[in-house]
Design a protein around this ligand. Sequence first.
Ligand code: CUA
Length: 321
Amino acid sequence: MMLRLILAMNMTELTGAVSGPSTDVAAAVDNVTLFLHIVSGLMLALVTGLMLYFVVRYHRSRHPKAVEVKSNVWLEVTWTVIPTILVMAMFWYGYEGFRMLRDVPDDAMTVKVTARMWNWTFEYENGKSTQELYVPVDKPVKLLMRSVDVIHSFYVPAFRLKEDVVPGSESMAWFKANSVGQTDIFCAEYCGEAHAYMLSRVVVLDSDEFDQWMESELPTPDPEAAAALAIMDAHDCTGCHSLSGSHNPDAPSLKGIFRRETLVERDGKEVKFLADEEYLIRSIRDPGAELVKGYAPTMDAPEDMSDEDLGVVIEYLKRVE
Ligand code: CUA
């Protein structure tokens, strides 16, 4: 009964994850985990059970005088051979799983992943770039990952996929989603204040839909946006202010900031208005003067940002929607 129960369960049910896309590798990882837990459980029961039994059976009241045992070849062979087989089975099982994680199928599609405080960017073979990972179903996807600042860790619980992304080196991971749907991406390495908000999603589409998606909305060359982003990266604006609208407790998102209803404190009073060009310039040149309510004065005015650069950034901010 117990065994049937264990066999009927898989790890997804154990961890209570909602149904969504998964991978064959995830199933293999779950099997290894289950195997290790069952073996460990049985060993624990065996050792503890024998220990308790011996405590009672060979208590001093029953055996006042200890017998001296020299050796017992069969016993020694048994307790050497059985654990060796068990440990080798664990190794083999784990090694097979590890090989599955490292051996990327030849027909894999490559996606470049960039981690930064605090978001993920995904760049596809045709140059398209997104904040969420779009992939076709039943197609291996190889991720080449790098970090532009600190150590992050790419983590997709539903795929049992976790790989550190370390500045100065490129890490690799791959997966093949086996059904259409969505599942969460987390950062699993503490990387600063908004670590917990470094979230994204894997969106698995059927292959026709994916092809359409790839061809649609190809990035049109936008030199003004590229120039503005370069300036903002150089002054580390994007380290705190998201452009995707994702929440960060440190700094308001810049997405749709122009003409956004903004509540600030001015001379100790709360004032509400629509953010205009003048306000944006003031907030960059003198960030502490009129703080958006709910945020701490953590921002310094960017050093040597020329008026010309500031103009480029403002023009860009007017259209990040
Ligand atoms: Cu990135 Cu935690």
